[in-house]
Design a protein around this ligand. Structure first.
Ligand code: ADP
Ligand code: MG
Length: 212
């Protein structure tokens, strides 16, 4: 395999790490969601990703678009909360943009991530500072792009993206939510991390660790 590419197997390893991380952090994500939502984000993500891994094991895909179509459809159908359709659309668009291939180079991975973010925006209309998963994902993808553009390897770029996702997550704490269930609380949503931004930081942690 050429240097500087990510294989379908590595992308499956990314999904598996994400599943492990949301499962390990199920209680924490739910605790965050109990402060500004309805206390289900941890169970939504753990249940959804467990269903994804079962689906992948039962019907393995031979191309990246087919793999992420399975992932996205499973999340949309198995998670009741907002996060199911949002992460589901992220993975569906990721797959469509990646295409019927078995590996991605850095630019193709960046384009797939960017398209996934576009799917979240198309569905949820979030902007920077609305206190959502967008606040972790958008800076992470920007950082990934600029590291790659400066000549860094994919794994190193993913590590920088993870750090940016964590900063984006932390920056949601003082914000007043303008989208989703937390926005019903108005000013009372300030002072708490956004649960979806926290799970998105785990998504980039999984990517970084999966590529390292
Ligand atoms: P629900 O809010 O339906 O209970 P979850 O608790 O699983 O669903 O997910 C909540 C997370 O979804 C929030 O923390 C936020 O990050 C994200 N979210 C909610 N609405 C939007 C939106 N319109 N755009 C982007 N992300 C959103
Ligand atoms: Mg919730």
């Amino acid at each position: 395999m050429a240097a500087g590419t990510v294989s379908l197997e590595t992308l499956v390893a990314w999904l598996l790490r994400f599943t492990r991380l949301v499962t390990e952090n199920r209680g924490y994500l739910t605790e965050l969601d109990s402060a500004i939502g309805d206390a289900d984000h941890g169970s939504n993500m753990a249940r959804g990703m467990t269903a994804v891994m079962e689906k992948i094991a039962a019907t393995p895909s031979t191309a990246i678009d087919a793999l992420f179509k399975q992932v996205g459809m499973t999340l949309v159908s198995s998670v009741g909360g907002a996060s199911g359709p949002l992460y589901g659309t992220f993975f569906l668009r990721f797959g469509t943009t990646a295409g019927a291939v078995t590996e991605l180079d850095g630019a193709a991975l960046a384009a797939a991530l960017r398209a996934g973010l576009g799917g979240i925006v198309a569905r949820g209309k979030a902007e920077l500072g609305d206190k959502t998963m967008f606040d972790a994902m958008s800076p992470a993808i920007d950082a990934f792009d600029s590291e790659l553009a400066s000549g860094a390897e994919i794994a190193a770029s993913a590590a920088v993206a993870f750090a940016a996702a964590e900063r984006g997550r932390d920056a949601t704490k003082p914000l007043v939510a303008r989208k989703g269930r937390a926005s019903y609380l108005g000013d009372r949503s300030a002072g708490h991390l956004d649960p979806g931004a926290t799970s998105t930081a785990l998504l980039f942690q999984a990517l970084s660790e999966g590529l390292a």
